[in-house]
Ligand binder design. Structure first.
Ligand code: GLN
Length: 187
């Protein structure tokens, strides 16, 4: 059985772990750099990307995590997790993993009160999936090697590049586990 780690610094960690169990994988709450050796893939949950980035550095996890992903560890960044994966964050110098060829703009869909749920057509998935956007980042630019799997109002919201997948939204906050399953297939 494959093990999917969930970066356990901030966000709906338990919800992600529930989705991981639902797709038949073992979940691990990732707390240290040593935990990175025990997993076949990692989910980077939403939360506050500035705070998660700072804590990754304080706990000595930023470099090992970046190295592991650069060497092929499959990673799925959701919302703030997507911001951490992005190479470019508009108008921000915050700490990041910075491996994905995307430019993102934080909070571009508005404040907490502007949160919304919409249904998305995702490449390779039958029917639509529900997507929860909470102070979500918008993808402004994608490199040529980035595949767009879903868009909302002319902006990509789900993308993949090699071993990395990133979503502007929160797939763990609905009962639909098909995106986690999609990530499971990347392991
Ligand atoms: N607005 C947050 C940030 O910029 C992301 C929000 C989320 O993960 N729901 O980090």
């Amino acid at each position: 059985m494959k093990t999917i780690g969930v970066l356990g610094i901030q966000g709906a960690i338990e919800k992600h772990l529930e989705s991981v169990a639902a797709i038949g994988c073992k979940g691990l709450w990732v707390k240290t750099a040593a935990d990175l050796k025990k997993i076949d893939g990692i989910i980077l949950p939403g939360g506050e990307s500035t705070s998660i980035g700072k804590q990754l550095e304080w706990f000595g996890m930023m470099n090992p995590l970046r190295e592991a992903i650069a060497q092929g560890l499959p990673a799925f960044g959701t919302c703030a997790g997507m911001i951490l994966l992005a190479k470019d964050i508009e108008a921000c110098t915050q700490a990041r993993i910075g491996l994905m060829d995307i430019t993102v703009r934080r909070n571009a869909y508005g404040s907490q009160l502007d949160s919304f749920i919409t249904d998305l057509q995702v490449k390779g998935i039958q029917g639509k999936i529900p997507a929860v956007f909470i102070r979500a980042p918008r993808i402004e630019k994608c490199g040529r090697n980035v595949e767009i799997l879903a868009s909302h109002k002319d902006h990509p919201v789900l993308v993949r590049q090699k071993n990395m997948m990133a979503a502007s939204f929160h797939p763990e906050l609905t009962e639909d586990t098909r995106l986690h399953a999609c990530f499971g297939q990347m392991l």
